[in-house]
Design a protein around this ligand. Structure first.
Ligand SMILES: Nc1ncnc2c1ncn2[C@@H]1O[C@H](COP(=O)(O)OP(=O)(O)OP(=O)(O)O)[C@@H](O)[C@H]1O
Ligand SMILES: [Mg+2]
Length: 428
């Protein structure tokens, strides 16, 4: 399998295991699914495959599109590719999230679908304000019909519709067919329509629109993508229908497509991720090759055994193995506590105990505490503080969600696009 000539000429191949090597060097024209568990080098393989397309197959970097699920992953990938390809070439790759990639094409070619290229992007807060205004305007009508709707619920339904490519009209038709809750869905369909008009009036797109409008652009003007020879998608298990359709547009021109994903790791079910996209791809592309990566480089044997015993309870799961060269190490422990305060105090004491027990091998920054939601952090923070354990909260309020940053951005957007009043922020 290993081509020694190639390994010498392309040094990034030498650090790959046999399955990873097969994935990176698979013929570019073969639609490829790289399926693997966590920490098995999926992102490393995707990055090396991009490098290989450029170095061996002589693709120009701008002929390759690589899509990730977070900006952080995109930055990480670009950083690795700068090392493999050099600053200039890495800079020419089309590399980003689905949203950022669509935004980039829409800024350049939006006029072809009658979209001003200086459109504003409305964030969750802006969208909530629009919906709140629309709901207020209908307050009486809704009260009479005994329908109570919250902004978040309506926006969530609209977002789900957009993820499936359903228009307000499509939703209205679905409402008419529905036996239970038909009147509520009919109202949401009307709100969806008004919401779209409000966004258009404000010269704005919401996050989902970036994908919906991007898809419209590529479907109506496929010539825009003729230069794309290969599309690579990271975390494919999290794509929704609209994102899958986008991928098909990118792949259609020249047929090159590679995806990596872990069917067990789909964390966006609540955001309309379609695990079926793995099967859809087998149906839509001829001769799909699936390669499994089974060597985990991140976790101990005990952690793999614990996670395997959880995910293998899913009867519909695609069976795949994962082994690690790390030792088995200490087992995972499940503990239950009577109150959050007792739990927090246990966590804090346990961190101190492990540091003392390791004789200085472990430091405070070797520990992470994962929370199911932010509100749980307060009790734990105070317990850590009481024990003098330094800590920082990751998540919380993001930079672009801070009040002062949002105000500043709204001013800049208004200067760029005088129609932008969606947030109501500046007028108030
Ligand atoms: N062949 C290899 N030899 C040594 N280390 C490797 C190899 N492949 C991957 N790794 C290391 O394993 C870790 C996980 O790699 P990577 O992030 O690519 O995995 P992943 O499958 O994308 O993980 P995730 O499930 O979190 O997305 C990294 O530190 C990477 O450098
Ligand atoms: Mg990864």
């Amino acid at each position: 399998m290993r081509d020694d000539g190639d390994s010498e000429r392309y040094p990034y191949l030498s650090s790959l295991n046999a399955a990873q090597l097969r994935a990176v060097t698979a013929p570019p024209g073969t639609p490829l699914q790289i399926l693997a568990g966590p920490g098995s080098g999926k992102t490393r393989v995707l990055t090396s495959r991009v490098a290989h397309l450029v170095k061996k197959h002589k693709y120009k970097p701008y002929e390759i599109t690589a899509v990730t699920f977070t900006n952080k992953a995109a930055n990480e990938m670009r950083k690795r590719l700068k090392v493999l390809l050099g600053e200039k070439e890495a800079g020419q790759l089309v590399l980003g999230t689905f949203h950022a990639t669509c935004a980039r094409y829409l800024r350049r070619h939006g006029s072809r679908i009658d979209l001003d290229n200086n459109f504003a992007i409305s964030d969750a807060d802006d969208c909530k304000k629009i919906m709140s205004r629309l709901l207020k305007a209908r307050a009486e009508e809704l009260a009479q019909a005994h329908i109570s709707l919250k902004e978040g619920v309506v926006l969530n339904d609209i977002s789900k519709a957009k993820a499936k490519g359903e228009s307000p009209e499509g939703m209205a038709v679905r409402a008419a067919k529905q036996e239970v809750g038909s009147n509520v869905l009919a109202v949401i369909a009307q709100l969806y329509k008004e919401y779209e008009l409000a966004l258009r009036d404000a010269g704005a797109l919401d996050f989902d629109d970036l994908l919906v409008f991007g898809l419209r652009l590529f479907k109506e003007h496929p010539d825009i993508l003729v230069k794309c020879l290969h599309i690579l998608v990271d975390e494919f298990q999290d794509t929704n229908t609209t994102q899958y359709e986008l991928m098909k547009c990118f792949a259609r021109a020249n047929g090159g497509v590679s995806v990596v994903g872990d069917p067990d790791q789909s964390i966006y079910g609540w955001r309309s991720a379609e695990i079926e996209n793995l099967d859809n791809m087998k149906r839509d592309f001829k001769g799909v090759d699936a390669i499994y990566l089974e060597h985990n480089y991140r976790s101990t044997g005990a952690i793999l055994a614990a996670s395997h015993s959880i995910v293998s309870q899913d009867a519909k799961r695609i069976p795949k193995n994962l082994y690690t060269s790390h030792p088995k190490s200490t087992p995972a422990i499940l503990k239950q506590f009577a109150t959050p305060v007792i739990e927090a105090s246990f966590i804090s004491t346990e961190i101190k105990r492990l540091i003392a027990y390791s004789g200085g091998l472990l430091n405070y920054d070797d520990f992470s505490i994962l929370l199911r939601y932010n509100a749980l952090s307060r009790v734990i923070e105070s317990a850590l503080q009481k024990d003098g354990i330094p800590n920082r909260i990751i998540g919380g309020h993001k930079f672009f969600e801070r009040m002062e940053i949002k105000d500043l951005l709204a001013y800049l957007q208004l200067a760029d696009n005088p129609n932008f009043t969606a947030s109501g922020r500046l007028l108030s």
